[in-house]
Write a protein that binds this ligand. Structure first.
Ligand SMILES: NC(=O)c1ccc[n+]([C@@H]2O[C@H](COP(=O)([O-])OP(=O)(O)OC[C@H]3O[C@@H](n4cnc5c(N)ncnc54)[C@H](OP(=O)(O)O)[C@@H]3O)[C@@H](O)[C@H]2O)c1
Length: 283
């Protein structure tokens, strides 16, 4: 990790692709009609990393907001994800084309398999399509999301390119120490989704006490904890004041004791599905 101003803090994805801004902006459950405005607010605040997905239904609006902004395309890191239901080789290639067409981009910075769906289809076939996309030069980095170490090991054993990123649910109630350690061991950057657990950790007594003591909000303390652990985060908000608040986390540092106290809040509690059993495919 290299430190600097808030916009230049990056994590190096070692296996393919390059630097990823460590703080980004997520648009899961951002309604289509609000996505353009929210993304524009994030841009104006200084976010230069947007995390979207075909599943979120708002790629068109994300692309439009980026094109309309004063920021050049090459100065924004954009991630999208392969939707469930398109894991077969040819379907995956078509889904990637569709994401690019909806965003109206000629390349993506990062494309991820959204869910492994191990009970639906062998994701090795899907990853082979991801490798093909990467070799075409139309995506700068490829990775996975919600992969357990056993899923990653299967990819290592059967395919060539090691994922740049594994995007997993991680926050103070689900610290994911095992998966994060496995990622790190293989040079895979960890991206932590739902970094404030969709708001659930914001009333936690440990976190609120630290926040009060150091004069920051519970969201800022939680996001700062993730950043100091080395994870990449992209909190979602449609509320401009919160978008600003979540970005203002580079002017303070948590002590080792505060870091440890927040990590000790772990309850292995998910807000989302278990990747080993999740098998949802849209009709
Ligand atoms: N790969 C995957 O499977 C996966 C799954 C889930 C999410 N993600 C990614 O991770 C991103 C973030 O996760 P998430 O959207 O699930 O949850 P999150 O960022 O942990 O939390 C978002 C919720 O917290 C609220 N919030 C945001 N900042 C706040 C603040 N400073 N104070 C109080 N409340 C605040 C938001 O409300 P308002 O919007 O009303 O302000 C929203 O309800 C997503 O947008 C998506 O890009 C990926």
């Amino acid at each position: 990790m290299s430190a600097g101003s808030s916009t230049s803090v990056t994590v190096d994805a070692q296996n393919n692709g390059g630097d990823i801004p460590q703080l980004g902006f997520g648009v899961f459950q951002t309604p289509r009609r609000e996505t353009r405005a929210a993304t524009t607010v994030a841009h104006d605040v200084g976010y230069r990393h947007i995390d979207t997905a075909e599943m979120y239904g708002n790629e068109k609006e994300v692309g439009a907001a980026i094109r309309e902004s004063k920021v050049a395309r090459q100065d924004v890191f954009v991630t999208s994800k392969l939707n469930n239901g398109f894991h077969a080789y040819e379907d995956a290639l078509k889904a990637f084309d569709r994401s690019l067409a909806d965003l109206r981009f000629d390349y993506l910075d990062l494309f991820l398999i959204h869910w492994p769906l191990p009970r639906v289809l062998d994701f090795v076939e899907t990853w082979t399509a991801m490798e093909e996309m990467y070799r075409s030069g139309r995506v700068k980095a490829i990775g996975v999301s919600n992969f357990q170490p056993s899923h990653l090991q299967r990819l290592f054993d059967a395919t060539e390119i090691v994922p740049a990123v594994n995007q997993i649910e991680a926050h103070p109630y689900l610290t994911q120490d095992g998966v994060r350690a496995f990622n790190a061991e293989h040079g895979i950057a960890t991206e932590a989704w739902s970094p404030i657990a969709k708001g659930r950790v914001l009333g936690d007594p440990t976190i609120t006490q630290i926040a009060q003591r150091i004069g920051k909000t519970a969201a800022q303390v939680t996001l700062r904890w993730a950043i100091q652990r080395g994870d990449i985060v992209f909190p979602k908000s449609v509320t401009p004041a919160r978008v600003q608040e979540n970005f203002a986390i580079f002017d303070f540092e948590l002590s080792a004791d505060d870091m440890a106290a927040i990590t000790a809040c772990n309850r292995d509690e998910r807000t989302g599905p278990d990747p080993d059993t999740f098998n949802y495919v849209p009709k």
